[in-house]
Design a protein around this ligand. Sequence first.
Ligand code: ZN
Length: 457
Amino acid sequence: MFHGAAREVTGSCHIVHVGQSAVALDFGLFQGHRSEANDKNLALPFTPEHLSAVILSHAHLDHAGRLPVLARFGFNRPVYSTPATRDLCAIMLADAARLAQRDAEYLARRNRPVVAPLYDERDVARLMPHFKCVPYDTPVAVAPGIRATFLDAGHILGSASVVFECSENGRTRRLVYSGDIGRRGLPIIRDPHPPNGADAVIMESTYGDRDHISIADMPAQLARVVRDTAARGGRVFIPAFAVGRAQELLHDLHALRRSGAIPPIPIVLDSPLAIAATSVFAAHREDADLGEPLVRAVRDFLSFEGLELTQDVEASKALNLRTGPMIIIAGSGMVEGGRILHHLLRGTPDPRNTILIVGFMAENTLGRRIVERRPALRILGEEVPLRAHVEILNGYSAHADRGELHDWVRAVRGAGARDLPVFLVHGEAGAQDAFAARLRGDGFSVTTPERGSVYAV
Ligand code: ZN
């Protein structure tokens, strides 16, 4: 059953029924139009007591961000994830709860319509003890008739693709869930490890219709954007997910600064969450790539010349009182909340500035409207003209592009039947249709399920 991320990229939730068992694959937030997203987030597609377990692929909010709602409704079954995903969820979900609270207070102070937060920190605290950590490559019985094995998806720290062995009436079927699939060759994160063999695949298709620039070209592109903006006396604003992109950007900015490829302007990580998440990277060296040199790189992340970390709101606000070029990295990733909104409210009308987009922006998010270069943006209830430059560097995406997605699913098929059934999720209609056509040309039997649809394997 497909309950979210069906013909869209947010709200991941799919339910697998085997005999009397039902497990949810992810339980993510819908993002986009505030009120519409809120309605979707509040409508539970099942009663929590009918769910045997949740299998969580990774900690991004569009996959994990609705779990505290389950806890609020009394869910008391296990949530299986890797240890790094559990640790990231502990800080990310608590942060999401605080942020929703703060945004609601901000809007209320300005007499704007307020959407009540979905959950609070108590719900997050109720949820966390239900996590059961599973190491990679180790089969675990997660419910009667269902065994799950987590494999590295190479997307963010702790991210997993999951293989389910589902047994019913003496027959066993192998179902693969991709989670979000990463790129090959990204710094810090290991390459994706595709499962071998499946009877059916549920896979993401975010970038099913396009190619990314090569990872090797990314630092040069980033340097160009920083140099051009600094020459105009402007600021570079980078909305970034706190986990994944923020760390990769810091890695490359650090290297560019050392080599003199960018001028020595302040680099501000204005995200307590990204700062906390970076320490989780250091704590989970076992999941990181590159071994010892990486471990040193991780330690260096938060201590290089020119890097400033702003923890409290006052320090963040004080950035607006300073003059001169700087780089500000802040959340949220799709510009739907967080400190980036306050920076953009002031910075968007200034043609010297650049808004640098490094991640996927879902439909109906403020980030998408920036990508579309709308002449004016509505930020925190105010209308501001978009005069800042907009640059898009998809190379920093934590998602595989269409060639990498195709390679991944071909590896899953291996020597099996050519017409392996593939259910595409986590993609907008255009990207899915293009990718479906490509896979059908290669013999796969492809379905693009709608929200609420049910299939038998
Ligand atoms: Zn993700």
